[in-house]
Design a protein around this ligand. Structure first.
Ligand SMILES: NCc1[nH]cc(CCC(=O)O)c1CC(=O)O
Length: 312
């Protein structure tokens, strides 16, 4: 391909960092690329995500792609609405970063060391509900804004701690700030957390082929496919307290041969905001069915079917 590929990104430090990484990899694969920043309503507003709705970070970028203003869009996968965009194709899910949530606390503290009444910043219902379930007496403070500004609130002494995605800090080169990586047994991440989604126009087969062949990672794609299928089946948006994590694990088949399997864990809440946890395993090739089956089990256990805006 000898055309210059325009890669669309949001303008936040995190978005620019992760798009820069993808641009480098595409150049190494022989492509000529140019980065184009697209401003989104999510970047301009400070209102809670629950008010401004799912897709606030991604719709403007998707429109720019569909309108031929850019050729590739790089998204944080967890920010994408679950409904597919018929104008676009998800051409690559690159190897996923650490999917866990991370605690950044004052004085190097881990969760168990935070005194009761400590002020912990997070706006995401999924994080709030799972932290409250630990019964530590923490005071949850709703915050929003980019990763930098959240972490700064701890450095400034405004908050005792914040919970953010480890992947965000990693891509910003700030993993040194993490005082504890939260174990998924206590804190399941948002579906697709730590993964990127690279889209192109559905009729741009050259770009699709390039992205697929140079960036797509099959195991990461299978894992996030299962997580997102669970989310979609619960009809939960980004503000819903739904967490999911699929790990690719080694298993033995009937003939004693090593095979790769998906191990999916999920968490959802009842109407009384009690947490329900469940898990299931399946094949990488049937990731979607696995996600739907786990959602069905959670619904059977009494999980609320949520609708409306919501992804973190
Ligand atoms: N909507 C915010 C958002 N979208 C993606 C990430 C982190 C990186 C990732 O999960 O890929 C974050 C910040 C956070 O949740 O702390």
């Amino acid at each position: 391909m000898n055309r210059t590929l325009r890669i669309g990104t949001r303008g936040s430090a995190l978005a620019l960092a992760q798009t820069g990484l993808m641009a480098e990899r595409l150049e190494r694969a022989g492509a000529t690329v140019e980065i184009v920043t697209v401003s989104t309503p999510g970047d301009r507003s400070h209102a809670p995500i629950a008010e401004i709705g799912v897709g606030v970070f991604t719709s403007a970028l998707r429109d720019a792609l569909a309108n031929d203003e850019v050729d590739i869009a790089v998204h944080s996968y967890k920010d994408l609405p679950t409904a597919p965009d018929p104008r676009l194709v998800l051409a690559a899910v690159p190897t996923r970063e650490d999917p866990r949530d991370a605690l950044v606390a004052r004085d190097g503290m881990v969760l168990g060391e935070l005194p009761a009444g400590s002020r912990v910043g997070t706006g995401a219902a999924r994080r709030v509900t799972q932290l409250e379930a630990l019964g530590l007496g923490l005071e949850m403070v709703p915050i929003r804004g980019n990763v930098d500004s959240r972490v700064r609130k701890v450095l400034d002494g405004e908050l005792d701690a914040v919970v953010v995605a480890a992947a965000g800090l990693s891509r910003l080169g700030r993993l040194d700030m993490v005082t504890e990586f939260l174990d998924p047994i206590q804190m399941l991440p948002a579906p697709a957390q730590g993964a990127l989604a690279l889209e192109c126009r559905v009729d741009d087969v050259d770009t699709e082929h390039l992205l697929r062949s140079s960036l797509d990672d099959q195991a990461s794609r299978a894992a996030v496919t299962a997580e997102r299928a669970m989310l979609a089946a619960l009809e939960a948006g980004c503000s819903a307290p739904v967490g999911a994590l699929a790990d690719v694990v080694e298993d033995l088949d009937d003939d004693g041969r090593t095979v790769l399997r998906l191990s999916l864990r999920g968490v959802a809440a009842t109407p009384q905001n009690e947490l329900l946890r469940a898990s299931a395993t399946g094949d990488l090739t049937t990731a979607e069915q696995l996600g739907r089956a786990l959602a069905a089990e959670l619904l059977d256990l009494g999980a609320t079917v949520l609708s409306g805006p919501g992804s973190k």
